[in-house]
Design a protein around this ligand. Structure first.
Ligand code: A3D
Length: 320
């Protein structure tokens, strides 16, 4: 049986890390695409040369020609520009919207049956635009953010409680931005919800509030530390979890930016929600019941995303 073909559109920090992870996990063969000639070819060769020592079996090809992604099973999109210190994700909108147009057309022409995971920021608006430009079915186009945001939340919680990260689950909803909604009620240690752990004296409400805020600011914290570019190891690892669930039909329940029609009072919109990812792509959106306060936070987050989509339509008339 042929190995799956995984196309990585953008061979920068996240793209290169994705290629390495795909190879190490032997998820399939990799095509690294970028407009910066030399970068995708150099990274592909460097990773391929790691194969014997890895050891892993995977072929890697770097290219500037969209024809090379033909027939890809999965496309992970990181093409565009990342944030610099002091920038918000939304500041990237104008530049990255143009990039989504060329990427969407490249995927539509060469890999129309792929499962597409967008990572380019501002995430919720870019995944919407990428879907519009590509014309692919909504269930085959999604965005990676929730897995990363909840991984950050889980890391902070596991460190606070001094327990294994494997036993901590966390729930983050809404747009990938300052308005994201970490849900403490649905976040647990071995099934025990966080509010109960506060009652049990494991931590205090103040510490929980600080962790929620640190999760919201998680991306900016890394941008500030690096001083040049944004996070890439955790974002790449998170997207791989989603790609693996699709390729192996694992039906993992993972939060991601999915097209929501009907659930959460939304009528056709991309926003972060819990989903089931299997061979059909986004097979289900899990519609959980929110409290009044949670719904208000979610609505605020959705409003922020709607504002960005409106801005996309104003910049590119073909999206209106
Ligand atoms: P970077 O290392 O700059 O890589 C981006 C690559 O895209 C570069 O190699 C560019 O040459 C390439 N590129 C630019 N335009 C095009 C084009 N039209 N077609 C193909 N390739 C192109 O950035 P990065 O890998 O650190 O980040 C990539 C994106 O992910 C940025 O928009 C980040 O803001 C975003 N990001 C999102 C998250 C989420 O959780 C959603 C986290 C971290 C970064």
């Amino acid at each position: 049986m042929a190995r799956p073909k995984i196309a990585l559109i953008g061979a920068g920090q996240i793209g290169g890390t994705l290629a390495h992870l795909v190879a190490l996990k032997e998820l399939g063969d990799v095509v690294l695409f970028d407009i910066a000639d030399g970068t995708p070819q150099g990274k592909a060769l460097d990773i391929a040369e790691a194969g014997p020592a890895g050891p892993f079996d995977a072929t890697l090809k770097g290219t500037t020609d969209y024809a090379d992604i033909a027939g890809a099973d999965v496309c992970i999109v990181t093409a565009g520009v990342p944030r610099k210190p002091g920038m918000s994700r939304d500041d990237l909108l104008g530049i990255n919207l143009k990039v989504m147009k060329s990427v969407g057309e490249g995927i539509a022409a060469n890999a129309p049956n792929a499962f597409v995971i967008c990572i380019t920021n501002p995430l919720d608006a870019m995944v919407w635009a990428l879907r519009e430009f590509s014309g692919l079915p909504h269930e085959k186009v999604c965005g990676m953010a929730g897995v990363l945001d909840s991984a950050r939340f889980r890391h902070f919680l596991a460190t606070e409680f001094e327990v294994s990260m494997k036993d901590v689950t966390a729930f983050v909803l809404g747009g990938h931005g300052d308005t994201m909604v970490p849900l403490t009620r649905y976040s647990t240690v071995a099934g025990i919800p966080l509010p109960d752990l506060v009652d049990m004296g494991w931590t205090t409400q103040e510490k929980m509030d600080a962790i929620v805020q640190r999760t919201r600011d998680g991306g900016a914290e890394i941008v500030g530390l690096l001083g040049n570019g944004s996070a890439f190891y955790a974002p790449a690892t998170s997207a791989i979890e989603m790609a693996e669930s699709y390729l192996k039909d694992q039906k993992r329940v993972l939060p991601c930016a999915a097209y929501v029609e009907g659930a959460y009072g939304l009528d056709g919109f991309y926003v972060g929600v819990p989903t089931v990812i299997g061979k059909g792509g986004i097979e289900r959106v899990v519609n959980i019941k929110l409290s009044k306060d949670e719904q208000a936070m979610f609505d605020k987050s959705v409003d922020a995303v709607k504002g960005l989509v409106k801005a996309c339509k104003e910049i590119d008339g073909s999206l209106a």
